[in-house]
Design a protein around this ligand. Structure first.
Ligand SMILES: [Ca+2]
Ligand SMILES: [Ca+2]
Ligand SMILES: [Ca+2]
Length: 462
């Protein structure tokens, strides 16, 4: 992965230089007839020929399966995880996809049966090893954070507890890898009076380092940390923090490779109620955070950019439509620092899907509507970005009688395609997720009703 990113950055640098040279030459020759000496224009970007393959089942077991997550490695192998009802509780299952053979046989990842599993997250490293983290009810009737490690070519290891504090529930883990296969997991956990943000770190060959409190300040409760990590092991966590007066703000802590977590700092500075958020990072460790704020009953979106030298920027509005609410931003960033944000924005009686791109050097482009169907509203958009800055977005959208899964694609240098229906199943579809490899090969997964039972489906993009 690091190799392909390096090549991609090199290619980008070369392309950018070529463009600058061409522009400079064109500019200096603008009032001259001496155009014969100008170098030829740079070649156009290669045509984007990527398409979605056929729809395929990830599992066809007897009981209800839902909440799929998916990750793809550099060779196009994918791993999907989901929760599946069995014996009165949800257990965690996984399946692996190989481009030559398709999906394998589903495998149970844990044998605890105290209660349900929920909210799994998955990441794959550059060598195809995977880490899944989830929460699951334990013997003390509190939700524990657990993880399982997939060794490429070997298989899944045993489910492992990441924390041993049973004063309260620990939920909503997020996991990320660096290029050396080191993983970070972050989550939030109740101690009897507050929720706090915690982390644990996995090193190949060594295992888990132990829990670490990363919220720094204890007067407020922290919730829903998001996590992004660079190939060389620097990471940023970004979460919501609520004080006793119910003022909600956004906070961040950074993990520096070889040093560890720093001191948490407040990122948002607005007076409204901050909520729903995401964060992404480039290869150098510059980050972009996005979040929603409710002020005077209007929901708006804000962003702040973290520069490795200057720190977090003063927050600014991400969108300026003030007649309708904007919700749930998600962001991804490529190694060079270009970013894409997608979000839901009210349009009449329902919600439409918008996107805005941040380009290194020129900043934010215009907000763009990326679907044109107003029959029903959009829900749960997700996006993934490859090493060249191309983006796949998936979402669920109501057609007047049920939800379907849709997709759109942003091609670097070309723009957005047209929204495309990903399935035409008879039953309602929901909870789409998408992942792409550095070369742009991707996999989308979702759950779809057949009778009264949801099954997990997928479609590959290449
Ligand atoms: Ca179980
Ligand atoms: Ca626990
Ligand atoms: Ca619409």
């Amino acid at each position: 992965m690091s190799l392909s990113i390096s090549f991609s950055r090199l290619a980008c640098t070369i392309a950018c230089c070529a463009l600058l040279i061409a522009c400079d030459s064109g500019g200096s020759g603008g009032g001259s007839t001496n155009r014969g000496t100008n170098p030829p224009p740079p070649p156009p970007p290669p045509p984007d020929s990527g398409t979605w393959g056929t729809v395929s089942l990830v599992e066809n077991q007897g009981n209800d399966a839902s909440q799929p997550k998916v990750a793809v490695d550099a060779n196009g192998n994918a791993i999907a995880v989901w929760k599946q009802m069995d014996g009165g509780r949800y257990n965690l299952w996984a399946n692996r996809y190989e481009p030559d053979t398709g999906w394998g046989t589903p495998q149970l990842l844990e044998n605890l049966d105290y209660g349900n599993v929920d909210q799994a997250d998955i990441a794959i490293d550059a060598n195809g090893n995977a880490m899944v983290a989830w929460w699951e009810l334990g013997a003390a009737s509190k939700a524990n954070i657990m993880a399982a490690y997939y060794t490429a070519g070997v298989g899944w290891g045993a489910a492992t507890l990441l924390e041993f504090d049973d004063r309260g529930d620990a939920t909503t883990p997020k996991v990320a890898f660096d290029a050396d296969g080191n993983a970070l997991v972050v989550w939030f956990q109740y101690d009897g009076s507050h929720y706090y943000v915690w982390s644990n770190r996995f090193t190949p060959g060594t295992g888990w380092a132990g829990t670490e409190f990363i919220q720094t300040y204890t007067a407020q409760s922290g919730y829903y940390p998001e996590l992004a990590m660079t190939a060389d092991g620097n990471a940023v966590a970004f979460w919501q923090q609520l004080d006793p007066g119910l003022t909600s703000t956004m906070w961040s802590n950074r993990y520096t490779a070889g040093v560890g977590w720093g001191v948490a700092e407040q990122v948002s500075n607005t007076t409204g109620f901050a909520y729903t958020h995401d964060v992404a990072t480039d290869a150098a460790g510059n980050a972009m955070a996005v979040w929603g704020v409710r002020e005077s009953n209007l929901y708006s979106l804000w962003y702040s950019r973290y520069d490795t030298v200057a720190g977090w920027s003063t927050p600014e509005l991400l969108e300026n439509q003030d007649s309708q609410n904007a919700y749930v931003p998600h962001i991804e960033m490529d190694a060079a620092g270009n970013a894409m944000v997608v979000w839901l924005q009210g349009s009449g009686s329902n919600y439409s899907l918008w996107a805005r791109r941040y380009a290194v050097g020129s900043g934010w482009g215009p907000a763009q509507l990326i679907e044109n169907d107003d029959t029903g509203g959009v829900l749960r958009p997700q996006l993934a970005m490859d090493a060249s800055g191309n983006v796949l977005v998936v979402w669920q959208q109501y057609d007047g009688s049920q939800y379907h899964i849709w997709s759109n694609r942003y091609v670097a240098g070309s723009g957005w395609r047209t929204a495309e229906l990903l399935e035409t199943g008879a039953g309602g579809a929901a909870a789409p997720q998408v992942a792409v490899a550095s070369n742009g090969d991707g996999v989308a997964v979702w759950q779809q009703l057949e009778g009264s039972t949801n099954h997990i489906w997928s479609r590959r993009f290449e």
